[in-house]
Structures are given as structure tokens and as C-alpha cells.
Design a protein around this ligand. Sequence first.
Ligand SMILES: Nc1ncnc2c1ncn2[C@@H]1O[C@H](COP(=O)(O)OP(=O)(O)OP(=O)(O)O)[C@@H](O)[C@H]1O
Ligand SMILES: [Mg+2]
Length: 197
Amino acid sequence: MNPEVSHKLPKWFLSFPVTRLAEPSYPLAGQVTQILTEKLRGVENFHKAVHFAIREVIENSFEHGQTDHCYMCAYSVPSKQIVRLCILDTGIGIPESMITSQRYPDLRNDIDAVDKAAEYGVSSKSDERGIGLYLLRDVAEKNEASLTILSGKAKMDISKDIKKTLLDIAFPGTMVNLSIKTRRDFYYLSTSDWEEL
Ligand SMILES: Nc1ncnc2c1ncn2[C@@H]1O[C@H](COP(=O)(O)OP(=O)(O)OP(=O)(O)O)[C@@H](O)[C@H]1O
Ligand SMILES: [Mg+2]
């Protein structure tokens, strides 16, 4: 979404306009979550999931992207009980980060790399990590969500099914787009992994 459009959203949208972040900020992630979920149903896990997604994706940009900034914008549509959020960086991208780490020598292309990065316990940094993208993907698959991860030549669209596209032209960085809905009765959360949140 370009900045002009994001400032002109209808009044019934609760929005966080395109913003450049110069560091990962937990308080900001909390504020944005509050803005986005203010008029949505009070399902506790939903708030946690949105907060987690924002924190995790922003942290990834700074930690793995080798960049000093990223961009975020988001809005919610209370009448549809939906939150949409986009976080983008112009860093080295997931494929480059995974391939240069040499921890996963079997990666053949950018899709392999992004697919691998979203598996449980897969990290270019250490054996003890690699849960962020997995949890994000898990939430998208098990809820009424749609998640797009675009990085290098890989585009992954994840909802109940996963669609993987190998692009002709590489996206110079990483973009994560999440669209997620609350539900009245139940919201999936993998509690053992999320206990610390
Ligand atoms: N924005 C990004 N830019 C470059 N590489 C990324 C980005 N986001 C993720 N990655 C790559 O994908 C891998 C998996 O990410 P994920 O968030 O699942 O794990 P992690 O950040 O390494 O560990 P954890 O999230 O558990 O602290 C990262 O180790 C990194 O190599
Ligand atoms: Mg992470």
C-alpha cells in the first residue's frame, strides 16, 4: 500500500499508515496490535497472534536482512473482523540468508530456501532457533488467514493450502503480508510454543 492510499482509507478502517522503522520495537508492536484489534472481538489468542506476527517479522528483518530499516503498514476492518498487515524490508532476502549460512546445503532454488526457512527449528543462526516463520505459517494454515511471503524469486501463498511460485524477477528483500480474521468461538494457538509470549 502506498502512503497516500493508506492515509485515505475509509473512516471505519482502523489503520496504521506506512511507517519506516529504524529498529525493532516491542512497544510499537504492542501499540499497533491495540489499534488493530481495538474494535474486534475480544479473543485473547487473536491479539497474541497479531502481536507475535508483528514482533517476529520485524525482528527477522533487522536480524537476518542486514538492513537498518523496514516498513510496516496495517489496518483492520471491524465490520469484517479482519486485520491486514504488511512488513517489508529491502535486505538480503531469505534465500540469500539461508544459502550463505551453509547450514542447509540441499537448497536448489529460492523456493526451497523459503520453504525450508518456514519449517520448525530451521534457522540460519543456530540449532536452538527457527520457530518464528514456522509459527506464522502454522497460524495461517490453521485459521482463516492468508499469508504471503515474498523474498528473492520465491513467492509463497499460505492459507489452508500452500501455493509456491518461482518468479522470473527477484524481489530485492522480503515482504510478509498477513490477512487474518477473528472467530467468535475458537482460535488456534500452539500453546506450548507460544507460552513465552
Ligand atoms: N527478513 C528476512 N531477511 C532475511 N532472512 C530472513 C528474514 N526472515 C527470515 N529469514 C531467514 O529465515 C530463517 C528462519 O526464520 P525464523 O524466524 O523462522 O527463525 P530465526 O529468526 O532464525 O529464529 P527465531 O525466530 O526462532 O528466533 C532465518 O534464520 C533467516 O535465515
Ligand atoms: Mg525469527
